[in-house]
Design a protein around this ligand. Sequence first.
Ligand code: SF4
Length: 155
Amino acid sequence: MINYHQYYPLDVVNGPGTRCTLFVAGCVHQCPGCYNKSTWRLNSGLPFTPELEDRIIADLNDARVPRQGLSLSGGDPLHPANVLAILQLVKRVRAECPGKDIWLWTGYRLAELDAQQMQVVDRINVLIDGKFVQDLKDPALIWRGSSNQVVHKLR
Ligand code: SF4
């Protein structure tokens, strides 16, 4: 089971529209100036339980407060230790939450992802990739912290 730090059932900051947002634990990139250092250790935070996974699916389908989709951040959702659990979640959103988009932030670059990580990428709508680089930080950027990062609109 993976760990997570925060789950926001209603979020208007991390991606477009009203969203559900999950911040997972575990990141190897160690970017200087990281805004989320407390998430680096895989065993930090709380266990991501099947109950929380079910809740995310239910929240995405809650017709009383329509959500545009799910945002996955961290930490790094594509940390090798997180990929299988994230793949399962992404598959469920695809199967059980029609019309919802999935945005994912990773410190890896798209070009360096392995086959398993690509199974996740093949099922999401938008990937924001690359480490945070302090010298390239620009508060005017949307959905990314530094200008080396790329917002890949995949589908
Ligand atoms: S990839 Fe993100 S969470 Fe990981 S060290 Fe860099 S800024 Fe921090």
